[in-house]
Design a protein around this ligand. Structure first.
Ligand code: NDP
Length: 326
C-alpha cells in the first residue's frame, strides 16, 4: 500500500481531493514503476487538484504533472531498478495518473534520466516551470538575444523565477515584471536589475509601436501584457510565449512583426521531443545556479496540496514548491 492525493468527483460534478491509501494493482498500465521522491506545484496542478479545467479525463484521479524518483520495476531495457528518473509533461497528472503519489507507473518514453548535478529534490524545484523556462531561454538564444534588458513577465511565479535566475547567470540584464511589489528583494536576489510594476504593462495602448526597449522577453502572462510588449521589442527581437496567467487573448496588431521583424516564439513543454528534453535538462544543470534555486523553494507535503492548488490559481505562490510525497 502507498499514499496518494486522490481527486474524486460527485454526481453534481463537485470535486474533492484527499490523501488516500492505494495498492500497486490500482496503478494504471505502463512499463516503468517509480518510487516517487518529490513532486511540485504548477498552475496546471492547481486546475487538476480542483475542478479540472477540462484537463482531467476520468475520476478518481491522481494529479501531479511532475515527479522525480527511483525506478522500482521496469519492463523496458532503457531503465532498471535503482535508476533515478524525472518526468514532466506528456499529460501525466492530467489524462494519466501523476506524481502526487508515493508510486507512479508510466511509459518508459515519458521518462528522462536524472541529469548529473541534480538530485530528485532539485529536479522538482525546477519541475515543468523551470524546464519550460529553460526551453524559452534556448528558443531566445536560437533566434538571437539583442543588446538591452531581457524582460520576464510573471517574474515572481515559477516560470518567471527560474527564467530570471538563468538569464542573469548567463550575463543578461533582466527586467522583471511583477504585480507583487513585496517580491522585489526576492527578484533582485535572483539577479533582476530592474523591477517593472505590472500596471505599467497591463493596459492596452492604441500605439502599435512604442520605444524599442527589450532585447528579448520570456512571457508567462499573455493577454494585454504580451500585446503591449510586442510593440516595445527591439528591432529583430524575440518573445518566447510561455503562459497565460493574465489571459489567453492577444489584443495585438501585426505591426511589430512587419515593421520591426519581431519574432513570437511558442513554447510547449508537454510534447517536447526526448532529445530536446535531455538537452534542456543538461542546460539546467549547467546554467541554473543551485543556490538561487534553493532560495526559491518552499517545502510541502501531500496534505498541503489542496490549499496550494487554490493558491497557485490565485497567483499567490512565490517561486517553486517542492512536495515531499513521503
Ligand atoms: P505561477 O502561478 O507560479 O506564476 C504566474 C505568475 O504570473 C504569477 O506569479 C504572477 O506573477 C503573474 N500573474 C498572475 N496573474 C496575473 C495577471 N492577471 N496579470 C498579470 N500577471 C499575472 O505559474 P507558473 O510560473 O507555473 O506558470 C506561468 C504560466 O505558464 C501559466 O499560465 C502556465 O499555465 C504556463 N505554463 C506553460 C507551459 C508550457 O508548456 N507552455 C509550462 C508551464 C507553465 P507576479 O506576482 O510576479 O506578477
Amino acid at each position: 500500500m502507498f499514499k496518494a492525493l486522490v481527486v474524486e468527483k460527485d454526481a453534481e460534478g463537485k470535486t474533492d481531493a484527499n490523501v488516500q491509501e492505494l495498492s500497486l494493482d490500482q496503478l494504471p498500465a505502463g512499463e516503468v514503476t517509480v518510487a516517487v521522491d518529490f513532486s511540485t506545484v504548477n498552475y496546471k496542478d492547481g486546475l487538476c487538484i480542483g475542478p479540472g479545467g477540462g484537463l482531467v479525463r476520468n475520476y478518481p484521479h491522481v494529479p501531479g504533472i511532475d515527479f522525480a524518483g527511483t525506478v522500482e520495476a521496469s519492463d523496458d531495457d532503457r531503465y532498471k531498478p535503482g535508476d533515478k528518473v524525472v518526468l514532466t509533461g506528456w499529460r501525466v497528472g492530467e489524462a494519466h495518473w501523476g506524481g502526487y503519489s508515493q508510486k507512479a507507473r508510466v511509459k518508459a518514453d515519458w521518462l528522462v534520466p536524472l541529469p548529473d548535478g541534480l538530485t530528485t529534490r532539485s529536479a522538482m524545484a525546477v519541475g515543468t516551470a523551470g524546464f519550460t523556462a529553460m526551453l524559452a531561454v534556448m528558443a531566445l538564444e536560437d533566434h538571437g538575444i539583442k543588446n538591452g534588458p531581457v524582460l520576464v513577465t510573471g517574474a515572481a511565479g515559477g516560470v518567471g523565477s527560474v527564467a530570471t535566475a538563468i538569464l542573469a547567470h548567463l550575463g543578461h540584464e533582466v527586467s522583471a515584471v511583477t504585480g507583487r511589489p513585496e517580491t522585489e528583494e526576492y527578484l533582485r536576489s535572483l539577479g533582476a536589475t530592474q523591477i517593472v510594476p505590472r500596471e505599467d504593462l497591463n493596459e492596452t495602448t492604441k500605439r502599435p509601436l512604442e520605444a524599442e526597449t527589450w532585447g528579448g522577453c520570456i512571457d508567462a502572462v499573455g493577454g494585454a501584457m504580451l500585446a503591449r510588449v510586442l510593440g516595445q521589442m527591439q528591432y529583430g527581437g524575440s518573445v518566447a510565449a510561455v503562459g497565460l496567467a493574465g489571459g489567453a487573448g492577444l489584443p495585438a496588431t501585426v505591426i511589430p512583426f512587419l515593421l520591426r521583424g519581431v519574432n513570437l516564439l511558442g513554447i510547449d513543454s508537454v510534447m517536447q521531443p526526448y532529445d530536446n528534453r535531455v538537452r534542456a535538462w543538461a542546460r539546467i544543470a549547467q546554467d541554473l545556479p543551485m543556490a538561487k534555486l534553493d532560495a526559491m523553494i518552499h517545502e510541502a507535503t501531500l496534505t498541503d496540496l489542496p490549499q496550494l492548488g487554490a493558491d497557485i490559481l490565485k497567483g499567490q505562490v512565490k517561486g517553486r514548491v517542492v512536495v515531499d510525497v513521503n
